[in-house]
Design a protein around this ligand. Structure first.
Ligand code: CP
Ligand code: NVA
Length: 305
């Protein structure tokens, strides 16, 4: 049985197969009116349970739409309204849900919880974000880059700001798909050595934002304060030199693109002129969550890869 807790679980071949599926299935829907499921309904009858221990807009709606377009359906639960929210264990929740549904997606804080869920579930478990990683986001990001006509091997991606969960998954993807990540993060907010090691030599961390973006093909950033973190003025101050503005973008390649997983905090990690500017692919990136999620769902059920 396949769980999608991280990108390594799928391997380079699995990630490549999912990206191809996402791009092809999206293209096949071009010109489709809204309100139509995919004609082949490859997951007809399948039910996805989604558990949210943290807020979500994109992950929640894109997974829900993904399973519906594939012919299945979903049950969306906030942990606070489940017995999980009053102390029932992850393990027992996994055992019970496995008796009802065909797959479980969970967004939670401690990554150990999702590993626990996968250990005790007898259906596939999908990582909808933990404090440690956000692999579904990076699938959509890679799809967006490919659709822009850039091949992944040898690409230079620059990350600016917080050494967080999204960066960890980007680094993991770099190791698998053979592109480079240069992350510029302030002291105290750099990714862990374990996260950098996921890049298998493809990731490095620098202090200088200018150095990171020099000649980059893609510039990526994210909120400076992730869900569950304290809103600290000291952290915001340390991050200010890493704000993505027009001057930083100008140091990247002329055809460089800007990505942000959203939600954005405009005026903090990025200025309006960049996020709304001609190099930004953020709406395509957000839209691709739907198509990437469909590929992840088909992958966990063994239909592709
Ligand atoms: N990018 C992302 O995961 O967005 P949500 O938090 O809205 O799901
Ligand atoms: N790093 C952010 C990503 C949100 C999609 C967070 O964890 O809050």
């Amino acid at each position: 049985m396949r769980h999608f807790l991280n990108l390594t679980a799928a391997g380079a071949d699995g990630v490549a197969a999912m990206l191809a599926e996402a791009i092809d299935r999206k293209a096949a829907r071009a010109g489709f009116p809204k309100g139509r499921a995919d004609a082949d309904a490859p997951l007809a009858g399948h039910v996805l349970a989604m558990i949210f221990e943290k807020n979500s807009t994109r992950t929640r709606v894109s997974f829900d739409m993904a399973i519906r377009q594939l012919g299945g359906s979903s049950i969306v639960m906030d942990a606070g309204s489940m017995q999980l929210g009053r102390g029932e264990s992850i393990a027992d929740t996994a055992r019970v849900l496995s008796g009802y549904v065909d797959a479980i997606m969970i967004r939670t804080d401690d990554h150990a919880k999702i590993e626990d869920m996968a250990r005790h579930a007898t259906v596939p478990v999908i990582n909808g974000l933990t404090d440690q990683s956000h692999p579904c986001q990076i699938m959509a990001d890679l799809q967006t880059i490919l659709e822009d006509g850039k091949a992944l091997p040898g690409l230079k991606m620059a990350w600016l700001g917080d050494g967080n969960n999204v960066l960890a998954s980007l680094i993991e993807a770099a190791g698998l798909m053979q592109f480079d990540v240069v992350a510029a993060c302030p002291q105290g907010f750099m990714p862990s050595e374990a996260d950098v090691a996921l890049g298998q030599g493809r990731a490095r961390v620098v202090a200088s934002p200018q150095e990171a973006v020099e000649g980059a093909d893609v510039i990526v950033t994210d909120t400076w304060i992730s869900m569950g973190q304290a809103h600290a003025e000291t952290k915001l101050a340390a991050m200010m030199p890493y704000q993505v503005d027009e001057a930083l973008m100008a140091r990247a390649k002329p055809d460089a693109r800007f990505l942000h997983c959203l939600p954005a905090h405009r005026g903090e990690e990025v200025v309006d002129a960049v996020i709304d500017g001609p190099q930004s692919l953020i709406w395509q990136e957000a839209g691709n969550r739907l198509h990437a999620q469909k590929a992840v769902l088909r992958w966990v059920f063994g239909q592709i890869g």
